[in-house]
Design a protein around this ligand. Structure first.
Ligand code: ATP
Length: 350
């Protein structure tokens, strides 16, 4: 079931415009600078900010035909930067309160508790929860209403790395069933989570495309950044417990990355490889410390003044990026179609 919308609105001096269709499932990241209007658009979709236009989900009209469905009748779940939980209730109490209002079965409540790994925290008072745990309660609360759409507004921005990682995995699992629209200006979150990218600039959604397509545009905003990265799909392979290294299979090639515990062999893994962590070599070097050496083909080269270039490389059917100096480009004599080797330090993939 996908959300279709064509909306206009106003916040302060900023005109908000968005038109598009969310995919039926998966994470669409609404990405843009601070102040671009992302939160306002999310609130417009939720019915919490006035707007005009049309919006429907799976044939049910939320806005248009002379009516606007009130927020509480829209089958969606929301999560914000900071969870708003009832501090006088424990975790179970917070969830039961919502379950009673939503008239959902106890069986459904238990399912959501299991889904969000909250069973051990049931009796905890909410003031004693870490930021990540509190956000898990907020996610569980959003899921209790059996939403057909999740709207998440920077839900990870106040969390530490461990809290972030757990929530990212939970959100990705939710997105296997329902569409998730996720607001952030954080590139790490975009690259970790997005299937689709909606780019917002000065109040307007200016482009909508799969993440991989956005990362393949050498003149696009994601590739122009200092922290430009490629995102590749791999499969977990064997674990080397002696050196705490995890092998991943990338097409027919192996890649090592540091890991404290093994991944389940065969599981899909998304890896981010920063362009600045990739170096290029005309022949396969055998006497260096670099663990990951991959045969690649140059697709395109783009100048990044002053003095640098971005090289787009094909690795089997995926794309990798390397940011190198213009002098290195000259020394290697790079040209499209050229075969060479990309070197990536394992520790850069931590
Ligand atoms: N109630 C309001 N009255 C006037 N201006 C507002 C109001 N709420 C937000 N704005 C302004 O509207 C613009 C868009 O705000 P919004 O919160 O939607 O942006 P955002 O892209 O989500 O930003 P951030 O990433 O920083 O959260 C900002 O310039 C903000 O200051």
């Amino acid at each position: 079931m996908s959300l279709q919308l064509a909306l206009t609105g106003q916040v302060g001096n900023l005109a908000i415009r968005a038109q598009g269709r969310l995919p039926e499932r998966g994470v669409t990241v609404l990405f843009g600078r601070s102040g671009a209007g992302k939160s306002t658009l999310l609130r417009m979709i939720a019915g919490l900010h006035p707007c005009e236009g049309a919006m429907e989900l799976g044939g049910s009209v939320w806005l248009g035909e002379g009516r606007s469905l009130p927020p509480w009748q829209r089958p969606l779940g929301m999560m914000f930067q900071k969870p708003t939980l009832f501090s006088h209730l424990d975790v179970a109490g917070n969830l039961q309160y919502v379950a009673r209002r939503r008239r959902v079965s106890d069986e459904h409540v238990q399912r959501v508790i299991a889904q969000t790994d909250l069973a051990p925290l049931r009796q905890r008072r909410v003031q004693t929860l870490s930021g990540g745990e509190a956000q898990r309660v907020a996610l569980a609360r959003a899921l209790l209403g059996k939403p057909r759409l999740l709207l998440l507004d920077e839900p990870l921005s106040a969390l530490d790395q461990t809290g972030k990682q757990m929530l990212l995995e939970l959100i990705a699992r939710c997105a296997a069933d329902i569409p998730v629209l996720y607001v952030t200006h954080d590139l790490d979150e975009l690259l970790a989570l997005a299937d689709q990218l909606w780019l917002m600039e000065q109040g307007a959604v200016v482009s909508q495309m799969p993440l991989q397509q956005a990362l393949a545009q050498l003149d696009g905003p994601l590739v122009q950044r200092q922290d430009a990265s490629a995102v590749l799909s791999a499969t977990a392979g064997r674990y080397d417990p002696e050196h705490h290294l995890q092998a991943l299979q990338l097409a027919e090639h192996g890649v090592w990355l540091p890991a404290l515990k093994p991944l389940t062999a065969g599981d899909p893994v998304r890896i981010r490889i920063a362009a600045r962590d990739v170096s290029l070599c005309l022949s396969r070097v055998t006497d260096s410390s670099i663990l990951n050496i991959l045969p690649v083909e140059v697709v395109a080269v783009r100048e990044l003044p002053p003095g640098q270039v971005m090289v787009q490389l094909r690795l089997a059917d995926q794309l990798l990026l390397a940011r190198i100096s213009s002098r290195s480009r000259q020394q290697l004599g790079l040209f499209p179609g050229q075969s060479l080797y990309a070197q990536i330090k394992a520790v850069a993939l931590a």
